[in-house]
Design a protein around this ligand. Structure first.
Ligand SMILES: [Ca+2]
Length: 416
């Protein structure tokens, strides 16, 4: 789900559990202007408060281009939904290790169904590939990850859901912007209010587009005059996914990246998304592709540190990250695509025996690092790029391999 602050289909739960479900990848609320300042519920919502919010929101939606008729009809049946607020506030304490997440996301029926779909929609996928330059297996993998090939598209009414989340206020401005976008989609005639359904946090259709992403990137590929990502026919949704990836920087004819083997004693200071180098540079340092092919231009990624596999990621991997900002998600899409296309899975071994840290332990690591002068940018229990850099800084200061990986041993060392 693009621009997903969160989402919830089966696959989504996995993603949320693993990583930064909370980190939106797109600028939130980009459409429709500034909605800050409305009287939100702040966690104490009620139906009466919700209706007041709808009334105060109306002039702002109209100012953003929504017609009074569309607004009034769409909002007539909207009610406060406390269950969605509860979902929005739910935080899981434990995350699945990346290797378990990847094995689940790229294994079993995900691959076989993906291959079936590749056959069923061969001509559509070929047309999409010609038009946008995004390989069919990548489009299929996003579809598989997002909704298990359309099986879990969600049946939540989008307008009441977005209105509830906008009113609740925790991320009110973001959801207010998405609500305006959703109303504009109805106004454009792509779908009516009753059929605008999806996941509880607003992601819609086969590949879980947020409304603002839909407005910016959805296409009418079958030529029936509507951009329809909701119907059983996935044509428009799959083409829209390819269009979005292309707009996010996908380059035709290039791989997402490749698994690489780093030489003994490799300088982990170079393993960073910000260190982008030509393939020849990496080769000169002894980096080689696990499949023996040439190393492409890109950056190195080692999600489990020096004791796990390493990957060379290209611009195309970053395009997938626009879809969902989590490295684990992007790796899952990449490897599901590879497996659908018959290419091998990850060969390197993960530190599977190790337990992974809880979110409160990660937050403790962040606090302990900050106490030692390494800036993690906060202690939210999510180890993003700033925290990884802080871990690296600490590791360097202790003469350790600076791979940025936070595990139980690192926590013990910080506590000591
Ligand atoms: Ca269409």
């Amino acid at each position: 789900m693009t621009a997903r602050y969160l989402r919830l289909a089966t696959a989504a739960l996995l993603v949320c559990a693993l990583t930064a479900c909370g980190g939106a990848n797109r600028a939130p609320g980009a459409i429709g202007g500034n909605f800050a300042g409305l009287p939100t519920a702040g966690g104490q919502g009620s139906e009466a408060g919700f209706q007041n919010w709808v009334n105060s929101f109306r002039p702002r939606a109209l100012a953003a281009g929504v017609s009074p008729q569309v607004f009034d009809i769409a909002m007539a049946g909207a009610h406060f939904q406390p269950s969605l607020v509860a979902l929005d506030r739910r935080q899981s304490e434990f995350s699945k290790p990346i290797w378990e997440y990847l094995d689940g996301a790229t294994g079993g029926s995900r691959v076989s169904t993906g291959r079936e779909m590749a056959t069923n929609y061969a001509s559509t996928l070929a047309s999409i590939e010609r038009r946008y330059g995004v390989p069919r297996e990548i489009v299929l993998a996003v579809w598989g990850m997002e909704t298990n090939y359309g099986a879990n598209r969600g049946s939540t009414q989008i307008i009441p859901a977005l209105a509830t989340l906008a009113y609740d206020g925790r991320r009110g401005e973001f959801f207010s912007g998405e609500l305006v976008s959703a109303l504009r989609i109805i106004q454009a005639g792509d779908v009516d209010n009753a059929h605008m359904v999806g996941s509880w946090a607003g992601a819609m259709g086969h590949t879980q587009f947020m409304p603002s992403t839909f407005l910016n990137h959805a296409v009418d590929f079958n030529g029936d005059g509507r951009r329809d990502i909701w119907s059983n026919d996935p044509t428009d949704a799959l083409a829209s996914t390819a269009a979005y990836l292309r707009a996010s920087g996908w380059r035709a004819g290039q791989p997402w990246g490749t698994e690489v083997i780093l030489p003994q004693g490799f300088d982990y200071n170079l393993v960073s998304k910000s260190v982008v180098k030509p393939g020849g540079y990496w080769s000169s340092l002894g980096v080689r592709a696990a499949n023996g092919a040439a190393v492409p231009t890109g950056a190195l990624l080692a999600p489990a540190g020096a004791r796990g596999p390493a990957f060379l990621i290209t611009e195309n991997f970053r395009a997938i990250l626009e879809y969902n900002t989590s490295d684990s998600y992007a790796l899952a899409v990449s490897y599901l695509a590879d497996r659908i296309a018959g290419r091998p899975y990850i060969r390197g071994s993960w530190p599977r025996g190790e337990r992974t840290l809880s979110n409160s332990e990660k937050a403790e690591i962040q606090r302990l690092l900050m106490a030692r002068g390494f800036d993690t940018g906060g202690a939210d229990g999510k180890l993003g790029s700033k925290s990884v850099e802080a871990v690296k800084g600490y590791q360097r200061s202790r003469g350790m391999v600076p791979d940025g990986y936070a595990d139980a041993a690192l926590l013990a060392m910080l506590r000591g």
